[in-house]
Design a protein around this ligand. Structure first.
Ligand code: ADP
Ligand code: ZN
Length: 730
């Protein structure tokens, strides 16, 4: 990598700002000069904005009008490899660079001088008069030796009001000092404790550690059934990375998983790592951002946006549950965190570990092709065995209407509950009922702004659109014919399933695990912990439960509708259903107790259902890969989705048709265009959406062809055009 350049005072430099101007602007270096990569404040029109010194200026601007940088901010300059990463990520996802820079600076107040807070320690004076309250303050300070407290901490620990502490400060008995807010994180000790690994685990861990010791880039697909110890193994890689004095990042797909993970890190390394996700406070964000740049944080556990932190020396990125859909950002900048992790690591000489029980077809194919190393953990740790998987053929079960738990499943649940074990009923549908219809006129209640039915949420006593989030009270009369009391729920959601379970298992304690029943991520963590500790006999959950939680006493998983994901025309449907069913089944029998998974299905002969039941992953992947290869779709070909949206449907279609007719830039690289057609969801928030799909061979310059192609559309009015490279559905 090139060394950063230094620019003397007055030199012409190019500054990238976070403002939506798609180019680097010319400025003059400030007094004292500045380094390439420095964070600076520059004038832009009447405003001051933040930017990064990107390189030499272009000089295509009247020299007399070029303005000077106002000041260099007091944070570590952006490293060359980070600039390269943002540039490459922008090129790949066809995102303007300023939007990439915004992702990389998601911490408020970066330019402010380090902020201070007051802390309190033991001083040397003696109080003029001893009171009970004063004595308690001094006791706390003496007990903790030289430790400094904030005012709140100290008064709470002593059980006194803050004025007591302030009084002692006046007399010099307690010392008040300034202390920076942005402190380094607690030191993690790679040798703090470690489990004795099994032979399989040891081999895998050694190979990952060798990779770290090589000091270069490499990606490994770590595949192993749920409970096989993938986490234990990659924590050893984290330990090696820390021993080398480099930083590590672990990405998790779901905030709710972090609590459990933090506890494991604390047990392994003796201290807590930094946490980066939407629930982290602004002050803490700034601290993590700065410490990442200064090396004051060794390990970050985070959501996908943590990939854009300015690590000083990143040696390892773990992407846990790498197949998870939520790694694909679906608004704003459209990127897949798994792919971006590989890109970032390749630029900074880090190792990537992609961990999953059910890898994505993309990663599986990359491993087959030898691009990724592959490690397998085949056995579950200890005596835990994989659950037995069986189908319940719904064609042979008698079920009254409005009920979804078959008699066979009911008996299985009762048997577990009687033995004091937990059962999980899985249904991937939030709310009470997916559809509400009027029994008098047949009218179905839909969202006013989207092509989607309003989902009844009885717990919230409202109807909700799962596309745009709009809610409204449940009407008493039909909005169409005015009939009273004739609106009826159709089909099950988890809330309705809970009602049924309550009637079938009156003595069991029920818990419903669905994202909208918890007010916050913290409440959800609590809910998960309570269940893990035995606070429920029957758990009813959406896909939230499929994601890596540990429920040691859970021995039965009942899948209410195993066919749900097989409907629709999405080419990834089979892959998703396969992964989801395997993940859910993996919740059963985590520790000593053997588990069973029962899949309710109307199509037990469906090839995907058969592959799931047979546990034949390799066979499934091979068949699925062959189908994709023949169709020339990812990972054997490249795809891009173009979504044109507008409040005016005709306008969106006109733009789509214009692109379809003028496809010369695409034909030049042998790519094909499909559409325009209404997008899978044809209207969201009142905007009509039209989609075109582009299919190209591997190894063609797709991005530059796309750029030329879409530039033919004049974006006007409220029309928007978004390019989605590697779309999740096609
Ligand atoms: P995975 O990440 O593959 O789901 P985990 O690493 O979470 O698996 O392991 C499953 C459970 O088994 C955890 O509770 C873990 O602590 C335990 N475990 C795995 N390997 C070992 C080991 N070698 N020694 C002790 N406990 C282990
Ligand atoms: Zn809606």
């Amino acid at each position: 990598m090139d060394e950063p350049e230094f620019f003397d005072e007055g030199a012409l430099i190019g500054v990238l700002t976070t403002q939506p101007l798609d180019r680097v602007l010319d400025y003059r270096a400030p007094e004292g000069g500045c380094w390439q990569g420095a964070f600076v404040e520059v004038p832009l029109g009447p405003r001051k904005v933040m930017g990064v010194v990107w390189g030499p200026g272009r000089g295509n601007w009247d020299p007399a009008k070029v303005r000077s940088v106002i000041r260099v901010l007091d944070v570590a300059p952006m490293r060359q490899e980070m600039r390269a990463f943002l540039q490459r990520a922008a090129d790949y996802t066809l995102t303007p660079l300023p939007a990439m820079l915004r992702l990389a600076t998601r911490a408020p107040g970066l330019g402010n001088p380090p902020s201070m807070r007051k802390v309190y320690r033991l001083g040397d004076g003696t109080p003029d008069r001893e009171t009970e309250a004063r004595r308690r303050v001094l006791d706390v300070l003496r007990e903790y030796g030289g430790l400094a407290f904030t005012l709140k901490e100290l008064s709470e620990a002593a059980g006194v009001s803050s004025s007591v502490v302030k009084g002692l400060v006046k007399q010099g008995v307690v010392r008040e000092e300034d202390s920076p807010r942005d402190l380094p994180f607690h030191h993690l000790d790679p040798g703090f404790s470690g489990k004795t690994l099994t032979d399989d685990q040891q081999v895998a861990a050694e190979q990952l550690c060798d990779g770290i010791r090589s000091g270069g880039y490499g990606t490994t697909l770590l595949r192993g059934v749920t409970g096989s110890g993938k986490t234990e193994v990659y924590l050893e890689a984290v330990a090696e990375c820390l021993r080398q004095g480099r930083q590590a990042l672990v990405l998790l797909p779901e905030i709710a998983l972090t609590a459990e993970f933090l506890t494991r890190v604390q047990a392994r390394f003796g201290a807590q790592p930094a946490e980066w996700h939407s629930g982290v406070t602004m002050t803490e964000r700034r601290r993590i951002w700065k410490m990442a740049g200064q090396g004051g944080v060794q390990l970050v556990i985070g959501a996908r946006s943590a990939l854009f932190l300015p690590f000083r020396d990143l040696g390892l990125i773990v992407v846990d549950e790498e197949h998870d859909n939520s790694y694909k950002q679906e608004d704003g900048v459209l990127y897949n965190a798994r792919d971006m992790a590989v890109l970032r690591a390749s630029l900074c000489g880090a190792q990537v570990v992609l961990a999953s029980a059910t890898p994505s077809l993309e990663s599986w194919a990359n491993a087959q092709a030898g691009k990724y190393a592959r490690l397998e953990l085949t056995a579950r740790f200890g005596t835990a065995v994989l659950p037995e998987m069986r189908a319940i053929d719904m064609r042979a079960e008698t079920l009254p209407s409005g009920r979804w738990i078959s008699p066979s499943l009911q008996r299985a649940v009762q048997a577990r509950v009687a033995r004091g074990e937990q059962a999980l009923l899985f249904l991937n549908r939030r709310g009470y009922a997916p559809v509400t219809v009027c029994r008098a006129c047949g009218h179905q209640i839909n969202c006013d702004h989207c092509d989607a039915s309003m989902v009844e949420h009885r717990f919230l006593k409202r109807l909700m659109c799962h596309q745009c989030g709009e809610t409204k009270p449940m009407p008493e009369t039909c909005p169409e014919c005015g009939a009273e009391g004739r609106l009826a729920p159709v089909g099950p959601g988890v809330e309705r399933l809970a009602e049924e379970a309550d009637a079938l298992f009156p003595d069991a304690r029920l818990a419903v695990l669905s994202s909208d029943l918890f007010a916050s991520a913290r409440a959800l963590k609590e809910g998960v912990r309570a269940i893990a500790e035995g606070g429920a006999d029957v758990v009813i959950g959406t896909q939230l439960v499929a994601k890596g939680h540990n429920f040691p006493n859970l021995t039965l998983v009942g899948v209410i509708d195993a066919d749900l994901g097989l409907q629709g025309s999405d080419l990834r449907a089979a892959e998703r259903t396969f992964q989801l069913m395997r993940q859910v089944a993996g919740r059963a029998g985590r520790l000593e107790k053997p588990g069973t998974a029962l899949l309710q299905t109307y199509q037990p002969e469906h090839p995907v259902i058969r592959a799931i039941l047979a546990g034949d992953e390799e066979g499934f992947w091979r068949a699925e890969a062959e189908g994709r290869r023949v169709a020339g779709v990812p990972p054997y070909g490249r795809m891009a989705g173009i979504i044109i949206s507008s409040t005016d449907m005709q306008e969106a279609f006109d733009a789509g048709n214009l692109l379809a007719r003028n496809d010369a830039p695409l034909r030049a690289i042998g790519a094909e265009v499909f559409g325009p057609a209404p997008a899978p969801i044809a209207r969201i928030k009142g905007r009509h959406r039209v989609r075109l799909l582009v299919k190209a061979g591997k190894g063609v310059a797709l991005q530059s062809a796309l750029t030329k192609w879409v530039a033919q559309v004049k974006i006007k009015g409220d029309m928007r055009l978004a390019v989605d490279i590697d779309p999740q559905s096609f």
